[in-house]
Design a protein around this ligand. Structure first.
Ligand SMILES: Nc1nc2c(ncn2[C@@H]2O[C@H](COP(=O)(O)OP(=O)(O)OP(=O)(O)O)[C@@H](O)[C@H]2O)c(=O)[nH]1
Ligand SMILES: [Mg+2]
Ligand SMILES: [Zn+2]
Length: 358
């Protein structure tokens, strides 16, 4: 049977009709633009709903299956499915990509999610709340050109939730802050502005902050398991173990993720600059372009600290993130260079032609 895919193509009327199956999965003109009608029929688009060791769980129009690992895809990606050889399915260009330095001693990059529209950075009004960590998450979202929203859960348990809101608001003028009780129907109302049909939202944060609770609230179902946190230090128990996309009754796609123990940035210089744009602007006023903001004369940053216009703790956080990002990005570039050099040796050994540059 040949399906009629014309409604998925760019230019198809989008007003006054029910969304197509693909639109219900987040399909949009950004993807339609990358493919023509023939390709749509020959290699139907599917979205990666979750990644398992055994393969990628994908869904499309009339398609729901697990394909073997192969395409370098992450949850949220769109693939053009090669039915006969699913391993060679092409990954469509992404609207956005969230990545970090993989935890552990390696320097690999870990892809966290693709094609996300809004990141809900989740923390609780308790000892999980940490400005430096929130800044990392916001930088991660800015780097990926994704709109971040800070969500403060457990407002019902805090004596003074407003103090957490004030502290979170100080991170960036560009990031909305919402405090709520993740249980019940408050989240569906408080997050409605970002959870529109066809949009994809993701919850990121430490274990135990209520990411699955929030996902369930949006899904209007107890679809995802949740678990109480440790009483003594408010740490979660890593209840969620995989990243998985779910569709809400209203047609929004929700990504619940496992709690992150550590978030190290890599190749995120612009994201960091976005969080600390006031400091970056001051640095541009220093007399020397390569000012280290230590003992140089005419340093605008030291002057601002001396005049109480800049919090030295915030300055220290900016420097730490910058140094970490520079270190991780440099080692990544080095690894890529080594891989390229190694590839060359292999190719010359087997007499193959060099691969086309992308
Ligand atoms: N009182 C109250 N409890 C909450 C709130 N949000 C979450 N909880 C509780 O906190 C615990 C942890 O919630 P989860 O949703 O499992 O946390 P998580 O972020 O998904 O944790 P991981 O899956 O381990 O990453 C559960 O017992 C929830 O009931 C809230 O706003 N108020
Ligand atoms: Mg969870
Ligand atoms: Zn300076």
């Amino acid at each position: 049977m040949v399906r009629d895919y014309s409604a998925f193509l760019l230019g198809a009327k989008t007003t006054q009709r029910t969304p197509t199956v693909l639109e219900g999965l987040g399909w949009s003109p950004v993807f339609a633009r990358q493919i023509d009608a023939d390709a749509l029929t020959a290699t139907p688009p599917v979205r990666v709903l979750s990644v398992h060791r055994s393969g990628l769980q994908v869904a499309g129009d009339g398609i729901e299956e697990t394909i073997p690992p192969g395409p370098e895809a992450t949850v949220g990606d769109w693939l053009l499915m090669e039915r006969a050889r699913p391993r060679s399915s092409q990954v469509l260009d992404r609207k956005s990509l969230i990545k970090r330095r993989a935890p552990g001693t390696g320097r690999e990059v870990q892809l966290i999610a693709a094609n996300i529209d809004t990141v809900f950075v989740v923390t609780s009004c308790n000892t999980d709340f940490n400005i430096a960590r929130l800044e990392r998450y916001v930088a991660l979202a800015f780097e990926a050109d994704i709109e971040p929203v800070i969500v403060l859960t457990k407002a019902d348990l805090a004596e003074d939730p407003a103090s957490y809101v004030t502290a979170a608001r100080a991170i960036s003028d560009r990031v909305p802050v919402v405090a709520l009780d993740a249980r019940g129907d408050e989240p569906a109302q408080a997050l409605v502005d970002w959870c529109k049909p066809g949009r994809t939202v993701a919850f990121l944060g430490s274990s135990g902050v209520g990411k699955s609770m929030l996902s369930n609230a949006l899904l209007s179902a107890q679809a995802i398991a949740t678990q109480g946190i440790r009483e003594d230090d408010a740490k979660g128990r890593h209840t969620t173990t995989r990243r998985e996309l779910h569709v809400t009754p209203g047609g929004c796609l929700v990504l619940d993720t496992p709690g992150m123990r550590e978030l190290q940035l890599t190749e995120a210089a612009e994201g960091i600059a976005g969080v600390f744009e006031d400091i970056e602007a001051m640095a541009a006023q220093c007399r020397f372009a390569d000012c280290q903001h230590e003992t140089e004369p005419g340093c605008a940053i030291r002057t601002a600290v001396d005049d109480d216009r800049l919090d030295p703790a915030r300055l220290a956080r900016w420097r730490k993130l910058q140094a970490e990002d520079a270190f991780n990005s440099a080692s990544l570039a080095e690894r890529r260079e080594k891989d390229r050099a190694f590839g060359k040796i292999v190719r010359s050994a087997v007499g193959a032609k060099p691969r086309n540059k992308k």
